[in-house]
Design a protein. Structure first.
Length: 105
C-alpha cells in the first residue's frame, strides 16, 4: 500500500489537523516541514493563499503546501512548474466540489 505524500514529510509522519483550524505562518511552516521563507515564497507565487489577511493559513493550505513540497522534492521542479501544478490541483478540487454539488452531496 502506498503512503499518502500529503501526510508525510521525509521520514516524519505529520498528523491530520482539524479541518476548521487556522495556523500562523510559523506553525504552518513547522507542520509542513519547511521554513517560513518557503511558505512566503509559495504565497508570492500564488501557490497557496492565506485564509486571513494576517497571514494565517487553513487546513486546505496545509495540504496544498505538503503536496507541492512533495512534488518539488520528488521531481526537482522549478517555480513555474510548481505554479502550474498548483493551479491544476486547485482546478481538480474545484471540479470535485462542483461534481459533489451536482450529485447533491
Amino acid at each position: 500500500m502506498k503512503s499518502d505524500p500529503s501526510r508525510h514529510h521525509g521520514d516524519r509522519n505529520i498528523y491530520d489537523p482539524d479541518s476548521e483550524a487556522v495556523y500562523s505562518l510559523e506553525l504552518m511552516a513547522e507542520l509542513a516541514g519547511v521554513d517560513t521563507q518557503t511558505v512566503l515564497h509559495y504565497h508570492e507565487l500564488g501557490v497557496i493563499s492565506p485564509a486571513t489577511e494576517a497571514l494565517e493559513f487553513d487546513t486546505d493550505n496545509l495540504h496544498q503546501l505538503r503536496r507541492i513540497e512533495y512534488l518539488r522534492h520528488a521531481h526537482q521542479l522549478n517555480d513555474s512548474s510548481l505554479k502550474l501544478i498548483a493551479n491544476l490541483l486547485l482546478e481538480v478540487e474545484r471540479l470535485r466540489q462542483q461534481l459533489r454539488h451536482n450529485q447533491g452531496g
